[in-house]
Write a protein that binds this ligand. Structure first.
Ligand code: NAD
Ligand code: MG
Length: 407
């Protein structure tokens, strides 16, 4: 029967039945990686796990590879290869190690790659996935932030499907499902405000690592959790949205929504605004990115609007959260500015997590690096991945030199 399907047909098609999809996960041991594998485990027969990669946690990588019967497990740290091989003896799972081995694993011609390595370290593997996989489910936001133009051109050149995993961008993608994107007037990303939403600048200046890691709504990796506390995360997401959707920087906005139920608001030129809502659990956008255009069953808490006492929205205070203002400046400057912002931020967040600098110094270091880079003529038009990686290296050296000098 053409046209409208019977209810039973529609149920079968929207359920788990269908072809088995081959899937590789870059950054399998992380927060997004393990949530993705949780979804995979709940859909037996739907996914065939090809490659799993991780940087240093051999024990967890081997355990996940065995549990999900992966064909290949790759550890970034080459010193841990023997340990990985030892743990995989008799399983038939191939083991490899090193940066290049991760890129090779990412180049396996699979149906879908979950790109969930954290930081600019994810660039080369995600580009490789874009060239060889049918679909990239993109969690690694740093790829779009640092090399957005080159990555979008690369994806188009290889006719790869790109599905955003970041919850806000997944929401925008869903809101655009039945609409011409040219009709967008404004995209608003929501931010929880993180653990310091109500703190003064002075209070934040003295915030400890544990306080900054204590996110009120989301359980995530350490780097993105600190980015949420500084609100750099929302700044990175504005840049990410700029590359994913056909809007100019002044059409992108963010608001604080402490309940993290509404993930985005997309306003159209006819005055209509669509919001995407879900309980804060990354398995919802992960299911969407893996299953699209179908929807996979997600094991998440369902939204009960009658149980919500209120949903509130407030403006973001860029004076208290200067990282957000810096990200917006980098977005407007364009070219290599976002890559410099990202590199300095990665160095600053790592230094904060090592108790080398104080919380407020994260944004200071990013701002200082952007100024220096500008003076040195490093802010130029971005072109290839190679150029971006070169600028990333120089910006890191600048930030580290400042750190080593002290303040
Ligand atoms: P995480 O720190 O929990 O995991 C990172 C993964 O990357 C690990 O498997 C780790 O082994 C691997 N990795 C780290 N450094 C590496 C390197 N140098 N080379 C190769 N692999 C390396 O991070 P996460 O929270 O899962 O976030 C992953 C990405 O997804 C980030 O870009 C983050 O911004 C984005 N993201 C995460 C969430 C979330 O809820 N966690 C939400 C939206 C977007
Ligand atoms: Mg997000």
């Amino acid at each position: 029967m053409d046209g409208i399907e019977s209810r039973d047909d529609a149920r079968t098609k929207s359920g788990d039945a269908g072809n088995v999809k081959t899937l590789s996960i870059l950054g399998a041991t992380g927060s997004i990686g393990t949530n993705t594998l949780d979804v995979v485990a709940r859909h037996p027969g739907s996914f065939d796990v090809v490659a799993l990669t991780a940087q240093s946690n051999v024990e967890k990588l081997a355990e996940l590879a065995k549990l999900h019967q992966a064909r290949l497990a790759v550890i970034g740290d080459e010193k841990r290869l023997e340990d990985l091989k030892h743990r995989l003896v008799g399983t038939g799972i191939e083991a490899a190690a090193g940066k290049q081995a991760i890129v090779t694993a990412a180049s396996e011609p699979v149906d879908c790659v979950m790109a969930s390595i954290v930081g600019a370290a994810g660039l080369a593997p995600t580009f490789a996935a874009g060239a060889h996989a049918k679909r990239v489910a993109l969690a690694n936001k740093e790829c779009l932030v640092t090399a957005g133009d080159a990555f979008m051109a690369h994806i188009a050149q290889h006719s790869c499907e790109l599905l955003p995993v970041d919850s806000e961008h997944s929401g925008v993608f869903q809101a655009l499902a039945a609409t011409n994107p040219e009709c967008i007037e404004q995209i608003t990303l929501t931010a929880s405000g993180g653990p310091f939403r109500t703190w003064s600048r002075d209070e934040m200046a003295a915030a400890t690592v544990d306080q900054a890691l204590n996110h009120p709504n989301w359980s995530m990796g350490a780097k993105i959790t600190i980015d949420s506390a500084t609100m750099m995360n929302k700044g990175l997401e504005l840049i990410e949205a700029y590359h994913l959707f056909p809007v100019e920087p002044d059409q992108l906005n963010c608001v604080i929504h402490p309940q993290s139920i509404v993930h985005c608001l997309v306003s159209f030129r006819d005055g209509s605004t669509l919001a995407q809502m879900a309980c804060p659990d990354m398995r919802t956008p992960i299911c969407y990115a893996l299953g699209w255009p179908k929807r996979l069953e997600a094991p998440t808490q369902r939204l009960d609007v009658t149980a919500l006492s209120s949903m509130t929205f407030e403006s973001a205070d860029e004076a208290r959260f200067p990282a957000l203002a810096l990200a917006r400046q980098a977005l407007v400057a364009g070219g290599t500015a976002p890559a410099i912002l990202n590199a300095a931020n990665e160095i600053a967040v790592a230094a904060f997590l090592n108790s080398q600098i104080r919380f407020a110094e994260i944004a200071d270091l990013v701002g200082w690096t952007l100024e220096q880079a500008d003076t040195l003529g490093l802010i130029t038009a971005a072109s290839s991945l190679k150029d971006v990686l070169g600028v990333d290296r120089e910006a890191r050296m600048l930030s580290v030199s400042r750190l080593n000098r002290g303040t």
